[in-house]
Design a protein around this ligand. Structure first.
Ligand code: ADP
Ligand code: MG
Length: 308
C-alpha cells in the first residue's frame, strides 16, 4: 500500500511539475522580445531550437522581469539580450543605458575638475550650445582645437584666449570645451583664477602650496578663467601664475584663458601693476609672452546674457 501511495505521489508531483513547466514556457513564448527574436531569426535557428534552448529563454524572461522589478539581477547594471549561438538561442548581458550613463558621469567626474566654479558648470555642453553670430568665431576655434588635440594629444596645440565684456559667454564656452574633452577621456581643469589665488594663499598655512601648484602645472588641459579680474600680489603673479605658465610653455601643455581684457590691456593695466601698486612692465611683458605662446586671442562679443 505504502509503495502505491509513494508512486502516486511521485506521479502527481511530476504531473504538477510538467504543468508548471508548461505554464512557464507559455509565458516565455508570449514574451514580446522572445517572439520578435524568433521571428527575425527563424531561418537561422535549428528547427528544435526553441525546445533545446528552453532554459535560456526562461533565463532571459526571468532576468528581464527581475530588472523591471528593480531586484538585483544577474549582474548589476547589465540587461539580458537574446543572441544566436550555433543555431541555438543564448543569453548575453549588455550594459543598461542607466549603467552607461553612470559610467559616463564617473568618467566626467574623474576627468573634469574645477576650482571656484558653480556646480552646474560641469553640465554645460557643446551639443546644446546656442550659437549666435557674435560667438561663431570662438565656437569654431574651440571645435577646431578639440579636433586637433584629440587627434594628436602629444603635439603642441595653441589654445584660445577669449576676451570680451562681462556676460557674453566666455566661461560658458570654455566649460563646454572642458566637458567635451573630459567626456572623451582628457583630463581638464577649469580654474577660476581669482578663487584659485585665494585658495593657494590659504594653502600656505597647511603646507599645501606645492601640491596645489603641481596639479595646476601638470594637468593635461588647463583653463584659466577670468584672468585679470582681481589685482594680483607679486607672489601670485610671479611665483604662482608665472611658474604655471613657464612650466606649461616648456612642456607644451594646452592652456586656455578667459578675460574681460584684451592681451594689451591685461599686460599694461593688470600684470604691470601689483596689488601693492608697484609698476613692473618687464615682468608683465615676460608673462604676456608666455600667454601668447600658449594661446591666441579671440574676441567674444554680444549681449550680456546675465541680464536676460
Ligand atoms: P562671461 O564668462 O563671458 O562673463 P558666462 O559664460 O558666465 O559669461 O555667461 C553669462 C551667462 O549666460 C551665464 O549664466 C551662462 O549660463 C549664460 N550663457 C552663456 N553662453 C550661453 C549659451 N551659449 N547658451 C546658453 N546660455 C549661455
Ligand atoms: Mg566668465
Amino acid at each position: 500500500m505504502e509503495d502505491v501511495g509513494k508512486e502516486m505521489k511521485r506521479t502527481m508531483e511530476s504531473h504538477n511539475l510538467k504543468q508548471q513547466y508548461q505554464a512557464i514556457l507559455k509565458s516565455v513564448y508570449a514574451d514580446k522580445d522572445v517572439k520578435e527574436f524568433l521571428k527575425i531569426n527563424q531561418n537561422k535557428l535549428d528547427k528544435n531550437a526553441v525546445e533545446k534552448s528552453a532554459s535560456k529563454l526562461y533565463e532571459f524572461v526571468n532576468e528581464k522581469k527581475k530588472l523591471l522589478n528593480g531586484h538585483g539581477n544577474f549582474a548589476k547594471g547589465y540587461q539580458p539580450t537574446l543572441i544566436l549561438n550555433d543555431h541555438l538561442i543564448d543569453v548575453s548581458y549588455q550594459p543598461t543605458k542607466d549603467h552607461l550613463n553612470l559610467e559616463r558621469q564617473k568618467k566626467l567626474a574623474k576627468n573634469f575638475k574645477t576650482v571656484g566654479m558653480t556646480a552646474g558648470i560641469k553640465n554645460v555642453n557643446l551639443d546644446d550650445y546656442d550659437q549666435t553670430a557674435d560667438r561663431a568665431v570662438a565656437l569654431e576655434a574651440s571645435i577646431d582645437f578639440i579636433q586637433a588635440y584629440e587627434t594628436n594629444p602629444k603635439s603642441f596645440h595653441k589654445a584660445l584666449y577669449l576676451y570680451g565684456p562681462f556676460g557674453v559667454g566666455k566661461t560658458y564656452l570654455l566649460a563646454a570645451v572642458a566637458h567635451r574633452l573630459s567626456d572623451d577621456g582628457f583630463q581638464t581643469l577649469l580654474l577660476h583664477f581669482p578663487s584659485f589665488a585665494v585658495d593657494i594663499k590659504n594653502a600656505i598655512n597647511n603646507n599645501q602650496v606645492a601640491d596645489k601648484l603641481n596639479n595646476v602645472k601638470k594637468v593635461p588641459v588647463l583653463i584659466i578663467d577670468d584672468i585679470g579680474a582681481d589685482a594680483m600680489s607679486t607672489w601670485i603673479r610671479d611665483d604662482i601664475l608665472g611658474v604655471i605658465l613657464e612650466y606649461r610653455m616648456q612642456h607644451e601643455l594646452p592652456t586656455f584663458f578667459s578675460s574681460n581684457f584684451s592681451m594689451e590691456q591685461l599686460e599694461q593695466e593688470h600684470l604691470s601693476t601689483t596689488s601693492r601698486g608697484d609698476i613692473e612692465p618687464l615682468k608683465a611683458k615676460r608673462l604676456m609672452e608666455r600667454i601668447k605662446f600658449l594661446a591666441r586671442p579671440i574676441q567674444v562679443s554680444g549681449r550680456n546674457r546675465r541680464n536676460n
